[in-house]
Design a protein around this ligand. Structure first.
Ligand SMILES: [Zn+2]
Length: 270
């Protein structure tokens, strides 16, 4: 698996990454970070730093993870969700036409991923009078925007991503002078150049056949919580008298194998 965008390192675009093996420590850490009330970009950076073994040929630092484009971060969060084994393929949705609940099947692994083009992460836009060069927004930009008002975001983002050759250019004045059409062209060019994962699908209701838009949250992992983890630690600690740390260090398959054995013993004693 390769990142749809990637990071530049010594004139080379690097797209490889790998996650650490799944243990309770990783699952526990993700639940802890998610529950701590960070702004979303900060939570994503911390979770990815905890979960990645390697990023673009390097040890993953918070700084490098912030430099990833937004699509790469969304891609990694969804891949991490699958890596943890959360690969359910059935979803429930309430139809916005007939108001009945219906189920649909969707395998996140089959959704297409758009990769960055050869100019990645840069975008050139030809406007009437001039050519504008920008870079695609990163996790760091997203963190800067986290406390901004909705209406300010487009201008602030443009200022962050605009690359100017000369220092004499007054960026604020330049942005303020752009027409609505020019702003729209810039936005469209950035959208086209950006890699991306699918976050919106259309699903037809099994009751009334009408089409419903469904949002597939790329950051769904942030809502994972502890799941059964605490109950599993409890069962294992009671059966084997291992410490919490020893239990969390177990690879997830081994934890599951022990739990099956505990369940089987319990079944026999009844
Ligand atoms: Zn319906």
């Amino acid at each position: 698996m390769l990142l749809p965008g990637g990071l530049w390192h010594k004139q080379q675009r690097k797209r490889d990454f790998s996650f650490k093996p799944v243990t309770g420590t990783l699952e526990f850490g993700i639940a802890e970070i998610s529950g701590r009330g960070y702004a979303m970009p900060e939570a994503v950076t911390r979770i990815l730093q905890l979960a990645l073994a390697q990023l673009a040929g390097e040890v993953p630092t918070g700084q490098r993870i912030e430099e990833l484009c937004i699509a790469d971060r969304q891609f990694l969060m969804r891949e991490l969700q699958l890596h943890l084994g959360d690969s359910e393929t059935w979803y429930s949705q309430r139809c916005r036409h007939c108001n009945e609940s219906f189920d649909f099947e969707l395998d996140l692994r089959t959704l297409p991923v758009a990769e960055g083009d050869e100019h990645y992460p840069f975008v050139e836009v030809e406007l009437d009078k001039l050519e504008v060069c920008l870079r695609l927004p990163t996790g760091r930009d997203q963190a800067e925007l986290a406390d901004k008002e909705e209406v300010e975001i487009p201008a602030v983002l443009l200022k962050l991503c605009l690359l100017t050759q000369s220092r004499e250019v007054d960026v604020d004045a330049f942005i303020a002078n752009l027409s609505q059409e020019e702003l729209a062209s810039i936005e469209k060019a950035m959208e086209q150049a950006s890699p991306g994962i699918v976050t919106d699908v259309q699903v037809s209701c099994s009751n009334c056949n009408s089409i419903n838009p469904v949002y597939l949250d790329p950051y769904r992992l942030l809502n994972r919580g502890y799941g059964n983890l605490l109950a599993e630690i409890h069962s294992l600690a009671r059966a084997y008298h291992w410490s919490e740390q020893q239990i969390l260090a177990l690879p997830v398959q081994r934890r599951a194998a022990y739990l099956t054995m505990i369940d089987a013993d319990r079944g026999m004693s009844h």
